[in-house]
Design a protein around this ligand. Structure first.
Ligand SMILES: NC(=O)c1ccc[n+]([C@@H]2O[C@H](COP(=O)([O-])OP(=O)(O)OC[C@H]3O[C@@H](n4cnc5c(N)ncnc54)[C@H](OP(=O)(O)O)[C@@H]3O)[C@@H](O)[C@H]2O)c1
Length: 238
């Protein structure tokens, strides 16, 4: 007799930022498929129509969509409140939303490019954590989406901001240990998304893996799997 495999994220309440497309959409839909209750964000609610349709009929619930502009501290604070109100308790926060900016050397990177990349890729995600602090469940996990470009020459504001995100993950991990909130940074590796197309305009997208190929560690860690501070998605085995 066939037995149904149990849903891995039944009862889990999660927030996924940047869920309108690319990796974030795949994570949000994967969480709902595994039974989670999810809040999805993007800069405008209309951007979230596709993920809303993608979650239709799945065992979990896309309970709310929330507009979040990570460059705007007021929007970050309001989104944190909205997520807490929608979920009550937060088990998983996936800080996935991010921007690339210009691929160039640091010396050629303009101050406003650095300011913008840090606002969206570091300061905004940290603000979300702060705003959700009272809502995190015992044993909650914060997953920050990093990049192999972190700290790499030629990746300008993006590389510097993702390196800062990795450091932020380690610092928060220590600071939140007493609260029993875990922090993990995942480098998903190259994926066929709008961001990748902007980074490698002459590449054939069909040669790059779909974001679905790296969703497993996001599911497993949300379900309680152990992980170090920084996870390489393509090396994930358990
Ligand atoms: N693609 C790759 O090869 C690759 C490789 C390594 C790491 N990553 C990382 O993976 C994550 C997802 O990347 P992706 O390739 O899926 O990117 P993407 O296709 O460009 O999607 C980016 C997402 O972030 C949201 N976003 C952009 N700017 C925002 C802002 N200012 N405030 C709030 N939300 C904003 C977008 O929402 P809107 O609908 O509002 O635009 C969208 O949902 C990023 O952190 C990226 O750095 C990607």
């Amino acid at each position: 007799m066939l037995t149904m495999s149990p849903l891995r994220l039944e009862g889990v309440r999660a927030v996924v930022t940047g869920a309108s497309r690319g990796l974030g959409r795949v994570i949000a839909e994967g969480y709902v498929r595994e039974g989670a209750t999810v809040v999805a964000t993007a800069r405008a609610l209309a951007h979230l129509d596709a993920v809303t349709r993608g979650c239709d009929g799945a065992p979990g619930t896309l309970v709310r969509t929330v507009a979040l502009e990570l460059e705007d501290p007021d929007s970050v604070a309001a989104a944190a409140v909205a997520c807490r109100a929608a979920l009550g308790r937060i088990d998983v926060l996936v800080n996935n939303a991010g921007i690339l900016g210009r691929r160039t050397s640091l010396l050629e990177t303009a101050p406003n490019e650095l300011t913008r990349a840090f606002a969206v890729n570091v300061v905004g995600p940290l603000g979300l954590v702060s705003g959700m602090m009272d809502g995190f469940a015992d044993g909650a996990v914060i997953i920050n989406v990093s990049s192999g470009a972190a700290g790499r020459a030629g990746w300008g504001a993006y590389g510097l901001s993702k390196a800062a995100l990795n450091v932020m993950t380690a610092m928060l991990g220590e600071e939140l240990r007493g609260r029993r909130v875990r922090c993990v940074a995942i480098n998903p590796g190259g994926m066929r998304t709008e961001m990748r197309r902007a980074a490698y305009p002459s590449e054939d997208p069909q040669t790059v893996p779909h974001p679905r190929s790296v969703v497993e560690p996001f599911l497993a860690i949300a379900a309680g799997a152990d992980a170090g501070d920084v996870v390489e998605a393509r090396a994930w085995t358990s």
